[in-house]
Design a binder for this molecule. Structure first.
Ligand SMILES: *[C@@H]1O[C@H](CO)[C@@H](O)[C@H](O)[C@H]1NC(C)=O
Ligand SMILES: *[C@@H]1O[C@H](CO)[C@@H](O)[C@H](O)[C@H]1NC(C)=O
Ligand SMILES: *[C@@H]1O[C@H](CO)[C@@H](O)[C@H](O)[C@H]1NC(C)=O
Ligand SMILES: *[C@@H]1O[C@H](CO)[C@@H](O)[C@H](O)[C@H]1NC(C)=O
Ligand SMILES: *[C@@H]1O[C@H](CO)[C@@H](O)[C@H](O)[C@H]1NC(C)=O
Ligand SMILES: *[C@@H]1O[C@H](CO)[C@@H](O)[C@H](O)[C@H]1NC(C)=O
Ligand SMILES: [Zn+2]
Length: 502
């Protein structure tokens, strides 16, 4: 504090002397004369225009079209040409800002899965809710496998739940208590040919096995309604001869996070924000998360006109769609000392859903690192000041904030909705269509430029600018960092990324 104050006095004196006594010019440090104005929320909000955002969205769609070669449609999934060109676009835009930012490429190992075909037949029927889990391995030799269906005890989270006759059988396991990946690995260790997890909530079950394990077996999800008749048959000793087939690949590749940190500002007190640079394989991902990626890039470009008191660190994560790979890796590589320099992390994922709601993550200090709630309230106060409605949404591990809050760093963010359905009440609050998804093109081919609501995008981009400017100026009243340990609530989250993990 004191040092900064002295600095400011020195600079203003220097400026005055330079004006009054021009011949002293050469003695005055160059940066004192060209000192930029301190960023303010009003100024940087005024720098945001939907025109600039739309222009970038069109460029990003062109980049996604580079994925057509390999995927037959535009995509920016990790490993694709569309993603590599996205990284080049982000990096070159930042590099063009000169020495305002220090840029880092952080390359890390990632996995990407692709399921081509699958089939599950239990007895004489094929459950119509059948889905292959993401990152599932194929069945042996990518051929159908045959065996009896065996009911696994309890939740299948313990090796002792798997009877001896699981060997060469297809394991039927209840959802719950532990991740799908744990069940799949335990089934594999018990010698199962495949595993079927049935839901305990309503509807079909679509999830991911997460980090690959050599013990994983081909794994499906089915609804509880579909599972019940088989379970009662198994309980009275009926043998259900079954077959399972999955043709899929799980590939290991390298991909890259891009980090940009202001050279100015107190490097021991950073405000960090991130969006993900990748899309799913199914489409170009312009709303998810082109809008976050481009909002950050536009704000990074505008911020370069200003001075900051605290360091500002932008991140473009890769591998979010495969289970928060980039942000997890980043946090895992921080020493305790580096971790403590990050005062908070703000997640910006999907800012312009066509049937949007203004959603604020309900991040409270009771369940998350202290400061999360102050950030939540910053968003709430801003929307309220603009006369806009907002809703709270679950802070449940679905995006890149998860690694941060699990490691003691306060977090939060805003979004505009994915596959959730807009209620009648939300229609009154935000307009749009009741009973439809916030983003009807979520994770699909149609997530192009037209899928973005430009009005909502501009509003949210101004709020992102406000969040950056606020903390770039001061952390006054914002809780100090206390430790690098997270909370147990985060560890029980159903999500770790966009897909269910348990
Ligand atoms: C960082 O990655 C970007 C995007 O792939 C690339 O264009 C750039 O040359 C890399 N920079 C360095 C220093 O490796
Ligand atoms: C499966 O079929 C049943 C009855 O035919 C139907 O009610 C249910 O909606 C179907 N489920 C799916 C996921 O298609
Ligand atoms: C597998 O073993 C369990 C318990 O030992 C038994 O209840 C079940 O009927 C057996 N299933 C098959 C298909 O043999
Ligand atoms: C077991 O249950 C199934 C379905 O509930 C029924 O069709 C079958 O007849 C029963 N078998 C025995 C041996 O009770
Ligand atoms: C926000 O989270 C807190 C728990 O941390 C909970 O008590 C509260 O009901 C939640 N609010 C909403 C609107 O979901
Ligand atoms: C906010 O929501 C209320 C309904 O709860 C609605 O009457 C009002 O028009 C909304 N405000 C805006 C700015 O949309
Ligand atoms: Zn996303």
């Amino acid at each position: 504090m004191r040092q900064r104050f002295l600095n400011a006095v020195f600079l203003s004196c220097a400026t005055v002397s330079a004006l009054q006594i021009p011949f002293l010019g050469p003695l005055i440090p160059q940066n004192a004369i060209t000192k930029k104005p301190l960023v303010s929320s009003e100024a940087i909000q005024a720098d945001i225009s939907s025109k600039a955002l739309l222009k970038r969205a069109k460029e990003l769609f062109k980049i996604a079209e580079l994925g057509i070669d390999e995927y037959n449609h535009p995509t920016r999934v990790i490993g694709s040409k569309g993603h590599l060109a996205t990284l080049d676009y982000i990096y070159s835009t930042l590099a063009s800002l000169g020495s305002y930012y220090t840029l880092t490429n952080q390359t890390f190992p990632a996995v990407v899965g692709n399921t081509f075909e699958y089939r599950l037949v239990l007895g004489a029927t094929s459950p119509n809710s059948t889905q292959a889990m993401s990152l599932t391995p194929p069945t042996a030799d990518k051929e159908p496998v045959f065996g009896p269906l065996v009911l696994i005890a309890n939740d299948g989270c313990d090796a002792s739940d798997y009877p001896a006759n699981t060997t060469n059988a297809i394991a039927l396991i209840q959802r719950g208590t532990c991740p799908f990946g744990t069940k799949s690995a335990l089934a594999g260790k018990a010698g199962a040919l495949a595993a079927v997890v049935y839901n305990t909530a309503e509807g079909s079950l679509s999830g991911t096995l997460g980090t690959p394990s050599k013990h994983h077996v081909a794994t499906f999800g089915i609804s509880r309604a579909d599972a019940l008749p088989y379970m009662s048959s198994l309980q009275n000793g009926t043998v259900i001869d079954s077959s399972a087939y999955i043709d899929a690949i799980v590939q290991r590749i390298a991909t890259t996070n891009i980090i940009a940190q202001t050279t100015a500002g107190d490097a021991a007190n950073c405000v960090m924000l991130g969006g993900h640079s990748d899309s799913v394989a199914e489409g170009p991902g312009i709303n998810d998360d082109g809008t976050g990626t481009l909002t950050l890039l536009e704000i990074a470009a505008q911020l370069a006109k200003y001075d900051v008191r605290n360091c500002v660190r932008f991140a473009w994560w890769a591998g979010e769609e495969e289970g928060l790979l980039g942000s997890d890796y980043y946090v895992s590589q921080l020493s305790a000392r580096e971790n403590l320099k990050i005062r908070l992390f703000m997640d910006y994922d999907m800012l312009a859903s066509p049937n949007f709601a203004y959603q604020v993550y309900n991040a409270t200090n009771a369940r998350n690192p202290a400061g999360s709630e102050q950030l939540r309230d910053l968003y709430v106060e801003w929307y309220a000041a603009q006369g806009l409605n907002y809703t709270f949404i679950a802070f449940d591990g679905r995006s890149d904030y998860d690694g941060f809050i699990r490691n003691g760093i306060p977090g939060g963010g805003i979004a505009t909705g994915a596959e959730g359905v807009k209620t009648a009440e939300e229609k009154d609050m935000f307009g749009g269509s009741e009973g439809e998804w916030f983003d009807p093109c979520y994770h699909q081919l149609c997530d192009g430029v037209e899928n973005c609501n430009l009005g909502a995008w501009e509003v949210n981009a101004r709020l992102v600018a406000h969040s950056v400017a606020t903390y770039a100026r001061s952390f006054e009243g914002f809780p100090a960092r206390t430790g690098v340990k997270g909370n147990s609530a985060a560890e029980r989250a159903l999500y770790h990324g966009p897909k269910l993990v348990m």
